[in-house]
Design a protein around this ligand. Structure first.
Ligand SMILES: NC(=O)CC[C@H](N)C(=O)O
Length: 358
């Protein structure tokens, strides 16, 4: 294992070893406090451009599931067709793995997909640094090579355009109600959750104008990077809500884009929410849900237009976790009701959306 150094933009250094693909890389360093789920997180397109730090110390001990695909083209066990995170940073990589569904080690997968992975990093200390300072850009450098990789940008990059599908893809054709799914970097389990509820899904590129298409409801998916880069998508949502009352539901980036269309502004959280145990309260009730999350930006709910209101709020920091329109069937969550990985307590969001289609 080659020796590496993780250098943060404030100069802080962490020394470790490479266990994935041996190449230097730069990106935004974020932390995820979930205890498992690295195959799903690595293939979540919302991690594009980021070096994903895991606080749970032992990583790799259950290996990696096979990259098989269902008849409808969706991956059976992963959230997309490849690794989207720029790198993974762990404390104690387990070289031995054991699981009924594992076909290879995490190291072999990373090498095959040319994604760096580093171990022997004190990821809890690294997380404390990020919590104090806020997320930072960083580089993984090889100790025996000069630093000759360019600085990376995160804010100001349209990652959604890089990861969205380029043409329309249909699932469950002829099933009944038709849902247009705006693909900002959609996780496969959002599509599974929709087709399992018997609807047809028409997946369109993030900036596709669907407003004149024949459909029954609109679903706005998750996606990487700064929502302020997606003005085109916001303008199309504005056009849609000005001409029709058809149901709309959004998740994560979808919550942010719907909120922007509803007049709200977005800000960057100090260190984001990335875990399986984010407590979220439904506004106006005492119902609290434990949710799966992966986001770095948040909606400033105070800036929503008057005909919209907050639907969920985060119990840790009070930030917005979802919105709804006061009259029309338009609502969204900042958390991930499709989980994958994480708790499935909020899958009712899909039930609610499909009910409103009928
Ligand atoms: N998972 C997502 O959709 C994330 C949305 C957005 N990229 C953020 O970080 O806030």
């Amino acid at each position: 294992m080659k020796k590496v150094t993780l250098v943060l933009s404030d100069g802080t250094k962490f020394h470790g070893k490479s266990f994935g693909y041996d190449a230097p890389v730069a990106g935004e360093v974020v932390f995820n406090t979930a205890m498992m789920g690295y195959p799903e997180s690595l293939t979540d397109p919302s991690y594009a451009g980021q070096l994903m730090t895991l606080t749970f110390p032992l990583v790799g001990n259950y290996g990696v599931p096979p990259f098989t695909f269902e008849e409808n083209g969706l991956p059976t066990f992963m959230e997309s067709d490849k690794i989207y995170a720029s790198a993974i940073i762990v404390n104690d990589y387990s070289e031995q793995y054991s699981h009924w569904n594992a076909v290879e080690s995490l190291a072999d997968w990373l090498k095959r997909e040319k994604v760096p992975g580093i171990t022997d990093i004190d990821t809890r200390e690294l997380t404390k640094v990020l919590r104090e300072h806020g997320v930072m850009m960083g580089k993984i450098l090889f100790d025996d090579e000069p630093d000759n990789i360019p600085e990376a940008n995160y804010e100001g990059v349209n990652f959604v355009d890089q990861v969205s599908c380029k043409e329309i893809i249909r699932y469950n054709e002829g099933a009944g109600k038709k849902v247009v799914l705006v693909d900002c970097g959609v996780k496969a389990n959002i599509i599974r959750c929709l087709i399992n509820r018997g609807v047809e899904v028409i997946r369109v590129p993030w900036n596709y104008d669907y407003t004149d298409m024949d459909f029954d409801g609109l679903f706005l998916a998750n996606g990487p990077g700064d929502p302020d880069m997606c003005e085109d998508a916001v303008n199309i949502i504005r056009k849609q809500i000005s001409q029709s009352r058809k149901p709309i539901c959004g998740i994560c980036m979808g919550n942010q884009l719907l909120s922007k269309a509803a007049g709200a502004t977005i800000y960057k959280l100090k260190y984001g929410h990335r875990s399986h145990n984010q407590p979220v309260r439904m506004v106006g009730t005492n119902n609290c849900y434990i949710t799966s999350q992966n986001h770095g930006y948040a909606v400033d709910a105070k800036t929503l237009d008057n005909d919209w209101e907050e639907l969920f709020v985060n119990m840790n920091d009070g930030s917005n976790e979802g919105i709804r329109h006061k009259v029309n069937p338009w609502f969204s969550s900042q958390f991930h009701p499709e989980a994958c990985s994480g708790p499935v307590d909020t899958e009712f969001m899909f039930d609610k959306f499909v009910e409103t289609l009928k």
